[in-house]
Design a protein around this ligand. Structure first.
Ligand SMILES: Nc1nc2c(c(=O)[nH]1)N[C@H]1C(S)=C(S)[C@@H](COP(=O)(O)OP(=O)(O)OC[C@H]3O[C@@H](n4cnc5c(=O)[nH]c(N)nc54)[C@H](O)[C@@H]3O)O[C@H]1N2
Ligand SMILES: Nc1nc2c(c(=O)[nH]1)N[C@H]1C(S)=C(S)[C@@H](COP(=O)(O)OP(=O)(O)OC[C@H]3O[C@@H](n4cnc5c(=O)[nH]c(N)nc54)[C@H](O)[C@@H]3O)O[C@H]1N2
Ligand code: SF4
Ligand SMILES: [Mo]
Length: 750
């Protein structure tokens, strides 16, 4: 570990009481922007350590951090950190135990369940928050040691529709197939369903160029913080009703086709399927789309012409045009088709794989990109290999030292895994690593009921999350700054996570947990516990695959070179390009320059059929969900940070003042929304930037404020992504905000 540099070395004059300070360069524990930070550790003899973070110079964040990143160090020393394994006793109480007792119990219960009900009786739920090494090891553990097909992860909730759409259209899935800084010079950026000003605040710096040219176009049913960035002359905001995006995009495509804005040469040379997509677009002329989306036909034409003219200038050597999607358009039953329509628009305009611009999806979790290609998807092996492809299976069987026939097939996708567990032929046991499904999965009441019905629930976490609180065994694990590993950011860049502080006594690394369980289960499979060793195995496993990490050097990552996958072994030389902070770029920063990843090198357009949507009946509203700047995901971490909790302590419901008046609701008062699935209560926040048919709730809160008690189990048939952002509800005033006291952070020891 060479990164720990003492900045105030003990020297003459520094007595035994002088504080020691050292700092480590690392990356934020939260989102996919992976902002660079300096973690400074000050130790005072007898007084323990203090930790502070500051933003560091890096292409994605340029020295800035958001409020979550800036307060991340607080979690390293919280009093309610789990430090010993917990085991549920016969009286139903969770009690501290030692590691041997906990692991013996888990192994014995797994063995018994699999002996009685078969290998698939035990499932695994992973996370895009895990390092590449942990995600890889989790997938390997599930497929070899447990021999279960039942593994999926929270990335299914996150970007799976865009991932599927990219794979279908381009032949592979890398969220942004270009460096983020390429956005800086854009003439026009069409941002669909992404609220980066709250979800990745330092990202806004990369929108500045387009704003100065009047070219930021934000599509969101709310005037989100990001939509507000279009005000003045900076661009414009388009506000369809939730779920209207597919029709909107097809109508925009029709105008582009009809008015001759398409990139004819590019389409002829690089794209298949134009005739089929033309059929899709021709079904939706702007006047028709207006009735479904609530966006005026004039606005649709204006949007199409803006894109068409800007793209024509970009193709002639002018500033580029980008189309980007976020969860707002992806978390729908037609999310894959919607992302596909966004990609299709980019292809019509001749953007992907050229200097004229491109399409990207903004991956969300810290390792949302790496997590999806390390083999924790129900249908994938490492390197984004297919679990059904004989050659891919044979390659992994050799790496893992197992018989190819022993590698299981496709398991249930995340929502189905959770909605069937503990019932019928669902899994009887579940191991959870890095997700708080009791809050973040759709139809949360059913998920909680099923968690309770399991014969064995094992949760690895550093805090007693709402999911961990329901476990039979809780395993305390290491946090970001206590462990080594790698993360792959939203732009496909592979980064080092550095061990900066010593963990408290008690928690263990997840790699060790997998190895210990494998040993107890009598598995002959080698389960390495050193991240560098796992990374080397990832190289061998992904060699020749789509997401090829084989040329990446663990020690060299982040030390003066920016590495993007794919980087096949033998191609390590930097290609002469540099990042904005001057690092030479190795691997493939800009993809599809010569060819797309389909065997014939061409991208694919296709026919896409849009439904007419389900207009809310009578006094119903459309319920959509998303994020607040201060809270991260299920809130398990950020609700424990004092400053963040204070900034937004309670669940809220945002709605238009006219809607509040109609339903007798008042600002700051509690209201309850009800869907076919359940109820949620939050405090009313009036916002005239919302459509009058829409109510918005953040999903970060427990108890009665859990937004996912409302969402349904419906999923996209192609990606199996749940529909988090389009549920018909009714609304009424409530008596109180009944958040069960035991589940709020205020009640937790500090
Ligand atoms: N503060 C914070 N930052 C985060 C996270 C967090 O939890 N908190 N999570 C990280 C992760 S994992 C992710 S995936 C990203 C997500 O980042 P985003 O995609 O930016 O997040 P969301 O808030 O879920 O959704 C974005 C916007 O979609 C809008 N929207 C809702 N329904 C629709 C619709 O039908 N159509 C359209 N066009 N828009 C719609 C919402 O109003 C919202 O403003 O953020 C990452 N960063
Ligand atoms: N209604 C609605 N629901 C949504 C969404 C939405 O927009 N609307 N968004 C969806 C999206 S995009 C996402 S990504 C999911 C995210 O939702 P979750 O999967 O619940 O994600 P987190 O809250 O980040 O949960 C991570 C948990 O793992 C722990 N943890 C963090 N790092 C590690 C680690 O390295 N190892 C282990 N063992 N534990 C760790 C944290 O303490 C926390 O308890 O929510 C989805 N749910
Ligand atoms: S934007 Fe994301 S990576 Fe950057 S500081 Fe905030 S949470 Fe961390
Ligand atoms: Mo996500």
């Amino acid at each position: 570990m060479t990164q720990t540099a003492p900045t105030t070395p003990p020297g003459p004059g520094s007595g035994p009481e002088a504080p020691q300070t050292r700092s480590v360069q690392t990356h934020c524990p939260y989102c996919a922007l992976q902002c660079a930070m300096t973690l400074t550790i000050t130790s005072r003899p007898g007084a323990g350590e203090e930790h502070a973070v500051a933003g560091a110079e890096f292409p994605t964040n340029r020295g800035r951090l958001c409020r979550k990143g800036a307060t991340a160090a607080e979690l390293l020393t919280r009093g309610d950190r789990l430090t010993a394994p917990l085991l549920r006793g016969a009286d139903g109480e969770l009690r501290e135990t030692d590691w041997d007792a906990a692991l013996d119990h888990v192994a014995a219960r797994i063995a018994a369940l699999q002996a009685e009900h078969g290998r698939d009786a035990v499932g695994v739920f992973g996370s895009g928050g895990l390092t590449n090494e942990k995600a890889y090891a989790l997938g390997k553990f599930a497929r070899t040691v447990l021999g279960t097909a039942q593994i999926d992860y929270n990335g299914r909730f996150c970007m799976s529709s865009a991932s599927k759409a990219s794979t279908l259209a381009f032949g592979l899935d890398r969220g942004m197939p270009f460096p983020l800084t390429d956005l800086d010079d854009a003439a026009t950026i069409l941002l669909l369903g992404a609220n980066v000003a709250d979800t990745m605040p330092p990202f806004v710096q990369h929108l500045q160029g387009a704003r100065e040219k009047g070219g930021l176009i934000v599509v969101d049913p709310r005037r989100s913080t990001t939509a507000a960035l279009t005000e003045g002359e900076a661009g414009f905001h388009v506000a369809p009703s939730p779920g209207g995006d597919l029709v909107l995009l097809l109508a925009v495509a029709q105008v582009i086709l009809e008015e001759g804005f398409t990139a004819e040469d590019y389409l002829a040379e690089r794209v298949e399927g134009l005739a089929a997509f033309r059929r899709a677009a021709m079904r939706w002329w702007p006047e028709q789309a207006q009735t479904v989306t609530g966006v005026g036909a004039d606005m649709i034409r204006q949007l199409a012409r803006r894109l068409g003219h800007a793209a024509a200038r970009a193709r002639a050597g002018g500033d580029p045009v980008f189309i980007l999607t976020g969860r707002g358009v992806e978390q729908h039953r037609d999310g894959t088709d919607t992302a596909r329509a966004a990609i299709s628009l980019a292809l019509l305009l001749g953007l992907p794989g050229t200097d004229a611009g491109g399409y990207g999806t903004l991956t969300g979790q810290g390792n949302g990109q790496g997590g999806r290609e390390m083999g924790q998807k129900n249908d994938q092996l490492p390197g984004a290999r297919s679990i059904l492809d004989p050659a891919d299976r044979a390659h992994m069987a050799e790496i893992w030292g197992v018989d190819e026939a022993a590698i299981p097939g496709v398991g249930r996708p995340a929502a189905q895994l959770l909605h069937t567990m503990g019932t019928g032929d669902g899994v009887r046991g579940l191991l959870v690593h890095g997700s708080n499904v009791a809050i973040s999965a759709p139809d949360a009441d059913r998920v909680v009921e099923n968690l309770r019905a399991l014969d064995l629930l094992v949760v690895a976490d550093f805090f007693l999350s709402e999911t961990a609180a329901k476990a039979d065994v809780v395993l305390p694990v290491l946090q970001w700054a206590e462990e080594e590993g790698t993360m792959t950011s939203l732009e496909g860049r592979v980064l080092r996570r550095r061990r900066a502080v010593d963990p408290p006594a008690g928690p263990r690394s997840e790699l060790e947990i997998f190895a210990e369980l494998a040993r107890r289960l009598g598995s002959p499979v080698d389960v390495p516990t050193e991240p560098a060793e796992v990374f080397a195995e990832i190289g061998r496993a992904t060699r020749g695959a789509t997401a090829d990490y084989s040329g990446l050097d663990y020690g060299g990552l982040d030390d003066g070179q920016a590495a993007y996958w794919p980087l096949p072994a033998g191609a390590e030389e930097a290609d002469g390009e540099h990042t904005t902070t001057g690092e030479p770029i190795a691997g493939t920063a800009r993809m599809f320059r010569e060819r797309f990843a389909h065997p014939d090198g061409r991208a694919r357009l296709t026919d896409i059929r849009a439904g007419r949507g389900i207009a809310p009946a009578g006094r119903q509203l459309v319920f959509t969900t998303g994020r607040l700047m201060e809270h991260y995901q299920s809130g398990a971490q950020t609700r424990r940070v004092q400053e963040l909790h204070a900034a937004h302590p309670e669940p809220t419901l945002q709605l238009h003042p006219a809607v509040a008046a109609q339903f007798g609701l008042a600002e700051g008062e509690p209201a309850t929304v009800t869907s076919d699935q359940g109820e949620m209560t939050g405090l009313v926040v009036l916002d005239d930037g919302l459509r009058t048919d829409t109510v918005f709730a953040p999903f970060h809160f427990p108890g009665a404020g859990t937004a996912n008690r409302i969402t349904r189990g419906l999923t996209d048939p192609q990606s199996k992504m749940p529909e988090f952002k389009n549920t018909p509800v009714s609304i009424r005033p409530a008596e109180t905000l009944e958040t069960p006291a035991a589940e709020t952070t205020e009640e937790l020891p500090r």
